[in-house]
Design a protein around this ligand. Sequence first.
Ligand SMILES: [Zn+2]
Length: 80
Amino acid sequence: MLLIPCPWCGNRDEVEFRYGGQAQVPYPVDPTSLDDAAWADYLFVRDNHCGSYAERWVHADGCRRWFDVVRDTATNEFAP
Ligand SMILES: [Zn+2]
């Protein structure tokens, strides 16, 4: 069982959450200047490395709020 630290509810079971992907992906400065390939990269290509990873989660079965958290993808430990 994975306990995810919701900033408002505390540690809760992972079944209450939905994963939202990589966090802190900067929006393009001039999105109208992007070609289709660059726009697709922004929408769909994300980092996939082992170690600390900033993620978006929503507490779907709880307070229903979105938040960012840093998780170690190798150990599933969340940064405080
Ligand atoms: Zn919550």
